[in-house]
Design a protein around this ligand. Structure first.
Ligand code: SF4
Length: 422
């Protein structure tokens, strides 16, 4: 989402004749688009801002801005600790940016705008995208779910969606710009709703656009997943057979304390139904260990879901409280050593499942979209299957953006290795 928002801001500034530079020493305006989901991301921004200060010391005309969730969440702290920051804009205030940076001396009370909007979806702005294979398109913003560990509803505001027509228009534009793949984005993408039209209908309409080869979306919430969405997957091969399906925890009491609004059984029923009905489906997930109150028995419930679903990949986290969330008020009962131990066991198990899933593909021929040179060899390309698996294979005259058939000959960790076949 932040990548998309950065492209949106770049589009706004390019309209005002600003030019992009990759070299901060050359820049007159430096913007950091920030994330508050994890503490680590915030720490990085603080460090980066400290590093940028000397540029401003050398040239007072340089302007530095902080955009996005951290601007929203930590504006007081930023104003106090980084007084050399010129502009602080929350995720619903980007339209103000050109006007703000044109002022030579902005009075202090005007440098901050973090008002959250119930309407802003930026659907009349076109992001300045870099060339590439995949284009991101934001279809909705904000989140109404209020999971107790998550800061997003406070930094991104309430849910609001663009019209189907405006999304379809933007998909046609990225197709005309040469993109083969689109990823529809939202904090809670499948709770998309605009004038009683919902996410499955939007996905169906996007799938009907000629020339777009692959459609992905992220991140859905299990509560908003239904048979209609599974049907759209089943009936449209362009809608990729990969679903990110965030579990977070497998124990009902923990899910309740997280306010995830589904049970272990509901999650399992959906995941197993998807596997049964969507051919070759890959399921990835997010899981948190050590949420306040989590016992070993609760953790074993998560392990049980892992064993039943056998996720293809997982993002795994040790719980740490985010100030301002409800869970930050809970007593953090799980000792650090237990959190670490559970995380390590989870990672070992997930690696087994990833390998198991990937080894099952050895011998199959899969359609791969060529993305770029492989990191290890200039003689090899890296591409991606519809199920979002990375495949490495020897070059045979194809170019990034081409679709090739690759026979899978090996699987190591999350990576597949193959050879191009006719
Ligand atoms: S659904 Fe996702 S974005 Fe919304 S509160 Fe929960 S974790 Fe955060």
């Amino acid at each position: 989402m932040n990548e998309y928002d950065s492209e949106l801001v770049a589009g706004l500034l390019e309209k005002e004749s600003y030019q992009r530079t990759e070299d901060s020493k050359e820049a007159q305006l430096i913007l950091l688009n920030t994330c508050s989901v994890r503490e680590n991301a915030e720490d990085k921004v603080h460090a980066r801002l400290s590093n940028l200060k000397h540029l401003k010391d050398g040239n007072p005309d340089v302007k530095i801005g902080v955009l996005g969730c951290m601007a929203q969440n930590l504006k007081e702290d930023l104003l106090k600790s980084k007084p050399y920051v010129d502009v602080i804009l929350g995720p619903d205030s980007y339209r103000k940016l050109p006007e703000m940076v044109q002022e030579t001396k902005i009075p202090l009370e005007n440098v901050v705008d973090t008002k959250l909007s119930r309407m802003e979806v930026y659907d009349d702005l076109f992001p300045a995208r870099r060339e590439g294979i995949n284009a991101w398109i934001s279809i909705m913003r904000g989140c109404d779910k209020f999971c107790t560990f998550c800061i997003v509803p406070f930094t991104r505001g309430r849910e609001r969606s663009r019209s189907i027509e405006s999304v379809v228009e933007e998909v046609k534009q990225i197709r005309d710009d040469g993109f083969k793949e689109v990823t529809l984005l939202g904090q809670n993408v499948n709770s998309y709703h605009h004038e009683n039209r919902r996410f499955p209908e939007l996905l169906q309409k996007v799938a009907e656009i000629e020339g777009i080869e692959r459609i992905r979306y992220t991140s859905p919430h299990p509560q908003d997943f239904d048979d209609e969405l599974i049907k759209v997957h089943k009936e449209n091969s362009k809608v990729c057979n990969h679903i990110h399906f965030p579990l977070q925890a497998g124990s009902d009491p923990i899910l309740e304390r997280m306010n995830r609004t589904y049970t272990k059984q509901h999650f399992l029923d959906l995941a197993l139904k998807m596997r049964e009905q969507i051919p070759g489906l890959a399921i990835s997930t997010d899981m948190i260990v050590g949420f306040p109150g989590e016992t070993e028995a609760d953790f074993q419930d998560t392990v049980d879901v892992m064993n039943q679903v056998k996720f293809d990949t997982a993002f795994t986290f040790k719980y740490s409280p985010r100030p301002g969330t409800k869970a930050a008020e809970y007593v953090d009962t799980v000792p650090e050593a237990d959190k670490q131990d559970r995380l390590e066991r989870m990672i070992v198990l997930q690696k087994e499942h990833t390998l198991l899933r990937n080894r099952a593909l050895v011998g199959e021929t899969l359609e791969v979209l060529v993305e770029k040179n492989s990191k290890k060899s200039e003689n090899q390309h890296q591409g991606r299957t519809r199920s979002n698996k990375i495949v490495i294979f020897d070059k045979a005259g194809e170019q990034p953006g081409d679709m090739v058939n690759v026979e899978i000959i090996d699987a190591q960790g999350i990576t597949l290795f193959g050879r191009i076949v006719d």
